[in-house]
Design a binder for this molecule. Sequence first.
Ligand SMILES: CC(C)(COP(=O)(O)OP(=O)(O)OC[C@H]1O[C@@H](n2cnc3c(N)ncnc32)[C@H](O)[C@@H]1OP(=O)(O)O)[C@@H](O)C(=O)NCCC(=O)NCCS
Length: 345
Amino acid sequence: MFSVREATPADKPEIVSLIGEMIPGADVTERWRWLYAEADARPDTSVRGPAALTGTTNPGGPALTWLAIAPTGEVAGCTSFFPFRLWLDGAPVRAALGGDGYVRPAFRRRGLGGLMHDASRREMKKHAIGCMYGAPGAMNLTPLKHGGSREVGHVTRFVRPLRIGPSLIGELSSRLGRPRLAAELHVMAPLDPRVDTVWESAKHELRLAAVRDAAFYTWRFRHAPAQREPAYVIVDGHTPIGACALESMRAGDELHIVDLVAVPGAWHTCLRAIVAHAIAHTRARTVSIKLFALDGRSRQMWRSGFLERESKPFLVMIPRDGDRRFVDPQRWFYCGADSDLDRLE
Ligand SMILES: CC(C)(COP(=O)(O)OP(=O)(O)OC[C@H]1O[C@@H](n2cnc3c(N)ncnc32)[C@H](O)[C@@H]1OP(=O)(O)O)[C@@H](O)C(=O)NCCC(=O)NCCS
């Protein structure tokens, strides 16, 4: 009989070796620090009050991991919750991004994936996790559904071509017609107070979204192991109106907006600022972004020239008798910060 149990600090070496098998080439020590380790705190009380976060570890807290154990005692697989602070109808709640689900090849297709998800679901209330969510890989879809996750919608990639014939001419003429760019991208500083300013305003328009404050953006992007997704503050005049992270993909052909958060009314101004940045500072031929499909449509992405492309399911798991607002497709704002990957290629 296989069993599932929650991991303890003593399991760290085993989990580290599972991560190494799961993501060949990953710097497992760095991934552990980034996603799994206990949150660190700054002893200095002068900056943001007691125990201010430094942004090097997840401000949502350390990972929760479950292990599948074979009858021989061998560890057959793992799955984890990476706690995220969500903003739900005007109040912060504790939830988790699901990730690092892995079963060693010799033990696959015997129901262990589903068994681990099921065990994690039973322990959600104990850990005060309101929901676990994510856009999983294809192999994990059925195991997640067996474990109690449900498909709440889709995550869709929206793409905007940049430099093909008329659109480049249009771009140039519209830029020439403007006295200055409406908004610009500035590299984000660690714990950049401008990101807090953006979040304090943006959150009023979001019903259910990961808290994208300076501590989160610093940890998620500035301290990510791969260092492939630099974060920016989008500034209009002297006013911060958005924050984003960008990744150059396909040998520079595509600039992917990994994440974007904007103050109310500034979403399209921010998109246009990123497009202008892509034209001025990169060789990209397209700009792309992944959003919860319903949300992307209601934002009328076409107004900034973005067209809908492929999509993948978005799953949410709540405990039995959990808060059903987490499974309401009308509420979700999802973008690339809601991922345990720090590079997309
Ligand atoms: C995803 C994973 C953890 C599932 O573990 P598992 O113990 O084999 O899962 P279960 O036995 O509970 O469920 C198996 C089901 O998964 C689905 N599945 C498994 N392999 C699949 C594949 N290659 N393609 C599509 N679906 C697949 C099938 O629906 C399968 O059911 P079936 O055997 O009745 O056809 C394991 O396949 C794995 O480690 N994969 C590599 C890492 C990975 O992709 N992780 C997910 C990241 S989100």
